[in-house]
Design a protein around this ligand. Structure first.
Ligand code: BMA
Length: 855
């Protein structure tokens, strides 16, 4: 007899507790989204509207629905209500009877309601107490303010009172340096009625003890619940095998496991290394005749071995992921939630993000600790596209309380989420928190973000002990229990756990991971990306603005000025605009108007990230991972994201696609007088080919051609040519000379790079005329581009939503560049070859001031 599940997402209404009128509500959802859908507030992302909705989090809200329950369900022995996500302080009543008081948005709550349910007109009512009113007294009681660097309490009208740390609720709801403050309440995941009799499988996990190409040694770990004690047959089935085991189960809840071996498993690989093959395992409890399934569960997982290799090497201690025995250079970005109101993120939006990651040649995303443990669909898509996941627990840039109730809540939260996520082969690492170790810097009096200075010695010890209780004890214990052997890293970044001054991260180190923010927050030059290196660069970043069309979705033409209220409201990093301007002065020339500034800010960001990504890759194997900050946005804003809130790829995303290519050339001119050519490879096959070098004038005149046979082993980086700068130039005008480097294998160009001999601001640019023709027979989906003179960062801009096969690239006369357009579509693939409609083609010479363009 299988269990029955009914999702209770219909006929919900809501109101403020101190009001009378019930309005329609959408579940899953939030108070903010329901108010908006009822026309009771204006779009909180528009203009300066964020400020207008801060009253919402000071109030209590209630939701209710009525539902009928079929007799078949009511007659089952066990009938539970499962709450998969309540945000956050929620009192739940069924038919007037209190059944649950919830206090952690990340937990799953399971309540037996068998005796309370009626056949008709069951009333489910949930009162959400204001997370602000709830937590203010906790601050009073504690007597001091724990650090919460990104909690924008002022925006919320709470002056310096930062209460976010008391709530087990998504930290970014309280504001961040890219995010608005919307402290939500609501039913944010499904509520489900679940009924069963006799036997039930509550949870099933396929633990992978040892995996090789010849055999996978696995253990199915089942949590079962049976009414009658006695013998059962446990049966497991998947493609390529079937296993059974007899077990005698006690009545009630118990745990049972089955060891089994899968011969010649098809392994799960990350993108670039192989297919991300998934298996479906059917797990059943049968009666002893072996013929009747009393309970069943299906699990999807991929078979792979993954480990974080931290071993002494010639530099210090390594820090890299090994997948099925192969060292993986991690390429990707930090992921934040795709919306302030996560229930608004459709399946299509998730697929768009993960497919965009795969298309940009990424193989890892970090689910950063200031957001949420992502929705199932996020991990399903990472499994499907071969994107590894660095999974933080949800703690970031703050210090948290350590009382018993808080710790118990965190333990439950960790258990619930690890059980939910542990079958995903994409998850490579569990990480305790974001930047807490380095910000507090317990063992370094003058280190960190200066937080310790506000506390007495006794308070400091208490705060640190509370930190250690969670991140050095509780979380690793839960991991050892639920995913034995999985890797855990207490905080990103740290050097290693040494319990002394050497524990805390620095901007470059020979062990551990690094967040390097000297470029950006400290206004250091891009070139420093070549110098500040660690074993794994888990964060670094540079801001830019969304494109003009995107800005016009939250601002009026009159607001299009950097210091307008609206533009300031959509720049959450206090120094952001100043830094962009400073760097623009350093590396570029002046934009001719505001839309040009937006475009140039994107190019500037992309240039910075190219320097960083390629420096990291060239320094393999010292560096074995590069994740830029940040993949995406939660709302339309100036930020470090490579894709804007609406999913438009910024220049950075196109640049990342090129700089993350699995096989490519990278050019390094940081050594005086030299131009060094590296080959970078992340695939297993050796890389062999010809490098052709052309030296040309910006007008296309070809000066010189050279070819060289080059090769490197697979999955490595190698310096293949070191050229003398002066010999390449031979006295030609360095301000209008370009070097085109192509890597050709068996007649096919597999990469092409351009190198310039002076910084962008010293180049003699003239106005480029770009000619576009449709590729015959392509029905307007493919184009050929040619130019009159060097065109920098050619931008194809369509009025349709979608992406180009390439964009923001340089073009020189004599070259024909083929580009295709892919429209954004729902279906099994996020993008589909299509006609882009109206196209605009511009390049840098259209955006800089006329006076800076040579006649
Ligand atoms: C890092 C992140 C975020 C932040 C970003 C930009 O510290 O972990 O907290 O948004 O830098 O400042």
């Amino acid at each position: 007899m299988q269990e029955t599940k009914v999702v209770l997402n219909k006929d919900w209404t809501f109101k403020a507790c101190d009001e009378q009128d019930w309005k329609n509500a959408v579940v899953p959802g939030f108070v903010h989204t329901d108010l908006l859908k009822n026309g009771l507030i204006q779009d909180p992302f528009y203009g300066t509207n964020e400020k207008l909705v801060q009253w919402i989090d000071k109030k209590d809200w209630e939701y209710k629905t009525t539902f009928q329950v079929a007799d078949e369900i009511r007659s089952e022995e066990h009938v539970d209500l499962i709450f998969h996500g309540l945000d956050t302080y929620a009192d739940v009543y069924l038919n007037g009877i209190p059944i649950l008081s919830a206090d952690n948005m990340f937990r799953v709550w399971d309540v037996n309601v068998k005796t309370i349910l009626k056949a008709v007109d069951n009333e489910l009512r949930i009162v959400f107490r204001s997370p602000i009113q709830e937590d203010l007294p906790k601050l009073e009681e504690l007597g001091y303010q724990l650090p919460a660097a990104n909690d924008q309490s002022e925006v919320g009208g709470l002056s310096q009172k930062r209460v976010s740390i008391f709530a087990r609720k998504a930290p970014y709801h309280y504001g961040w340096d890219w995010g608005p403050r919307f402290v939500t309440s609501g039913i944010w995941r499904d509520i489900e009625l679940r009924a069963w009799s006799e036997d039930y499988i509550a949870d099933a996990y396929i633990h992978q003890n040892k995996v090789s190409e010849s055999v996978a040694t696995l253990t199915a770990v089942l949590e079962v619940n049976v009414d009658q004690a006695g013998p059962r047959v446990i049966r497991i089935e998947t493609d390529g095998g079937e296993w059974t085991k007899e077990a005698s189960l006690p009545a009630g809840e118990s745990k049972v496991s089955v060891d089994f071996e899968l011969e010649s498993p098809k392994l799960w690989w990350s993108r670039g290394l192989g297919e991300p093959h998934m298996y479906t395992f059917k797990v059943q409890l049968l009666d002893t005749t072996g013929s009747r399934a009393k309970a069943e569960r299906q699990i999807k997982t991929g078979i792979r071995s993954i480990r974080l290799v931290q071993e002494a090497d010639e530099y210090g201690t390594s820090f890299y992921f090994e997948l099925n025995g192969v060292p993986v250079f991690a390429k990707g970005a930090n992921h934040i939630p795709n919306d302030s109101f996560i229930t608004e993120v459709t399946y299509e939006r998730y697929r768009h993000e993960i497919e965009s990651a795969a298309l940009a040649n990424m193989n890892m995303l970090r689910v950063w600790g200031g957001g949420i443990y992502e929705q199932d669909v996020f991990y399903d898509l990472c499994d499907e596209y071969g994107i590894l996941v660095w999974q933080d627990f949800m703690f970031a840039c703050s210090m948290y309380p350590g009382d018993e109730a808080f710790l118990a809540s965190v333990r439950h939260e960790a258990i619930d989420n690890m059980k939910r996520l542990r079958n995903h082969p994409s998850i490579a690492l569990w990480c305790g928190n974001n930047e807490m170790d380095s910000a507090w810097a317990h063992y370094n009096e003058n280190g960190g973000w200066g937080w310790k200075k506000d506390f007495t010695q006794e308070q400091r010890e208490k705060i640190w002990a509370d930190y250690e209780a969670i991140f050095h004890h509780l979380l690793p214990e839960v991991i050892e229990e639920l995913v034995p052997g999985a890797d855990y890293w207490p905080s990103s970044p740290i050097v290693s756990i040494s319990n002394d001054i050497n524990q805390h991260a620095t901007t470059s180190s020979v062990t551990g991971d690094v967040h390097y923010w000297g470029v950006w927050h400290n206004a250091e030059p891009f070139e420093n990306y070549n110098l500040q290196l660690g074993r794994f660069m888990s964060e670094y970043g540079f801001q830019s603005f969304p494109e003009h069309k995107s800005v016009l979705r939250y601002a009026e033409p009159l607001d299009l000025e950097l210091t307008s209220d609206v533009m300031m409201a959509h720049q959450k990093n206090g120094d952001g605009n100043r830094l962009i301007k400073e760097y623009m002065d350093m590396y570029m020339t002046e934009p001719k108007d505001f839309p040009s500034f937006l475009y140039m800010s994107q190019v500037l960001q992309a240039d910075a990230m190219k320097v960083a990504i390629e420096a990291h890759r060239r320094n393999r194997p010292f560096v074995m991972g590069t994740l830029y900050w940040q993949m995406n946005d939660t709302w339309p804003v100036a930020s470090w994201a490579g894709m804007d809130y609406y999913g438009n790829w910024k220049a950075l995303h196109y640049y990342a696609k090129r700089s993350f290519a699995d096989e490519m050339i990278s050019i390094d001119d940081t050594k005086p007088g030299r131009v060094d050519l590296y080959l970078l490879s992340d695939v297993l096959q050796p890389l062999e080919g010809n490098i052709s070098i052309r030296i040309a004038d910006f007008d296309g005149t070809l000066h010189e051609v050279q070819t060289h046979l080059v090769s490197i082993a697979g999955n490595t980086t190698g310096l293949v040519l070191s050229l003398d700068r002066e010999q390449l130039l031979r006295g030609r005008d360095e301000q209008r000379t370009v070097m085109i480097v192509e890597l050709v294998r068996k007649g096919e160009v597999i990469d092409s790079q351009k190198h310039y001999f002076v910084p962008f601001k010293d180049m003699k640019l003239t106005k480029a005329q770009i000619e576009i023709t449709e590729v015959e027979g392509s029905e307007g989906t493919k184009f050929h581009l040619k130019t009159s003179v060097l065109a920098k960062q050619v931008w194809l801009d369509s009025n349709q939503e979608g992406i180009f096969s390439d964009n923001f690239f340089d073009l020189i006369p004599g070259e024909t560049k083929e580009v295709s357009f892919f429209a954004r579509r729902g279906g099994e693939q996020a993008f589909e070859l299509a006609n882009p409609g109206e196209l605009k083609i511009r390049s840098m010479s259209d955006f800089i001031k006329e006076t800076q363009v040579q006649k």
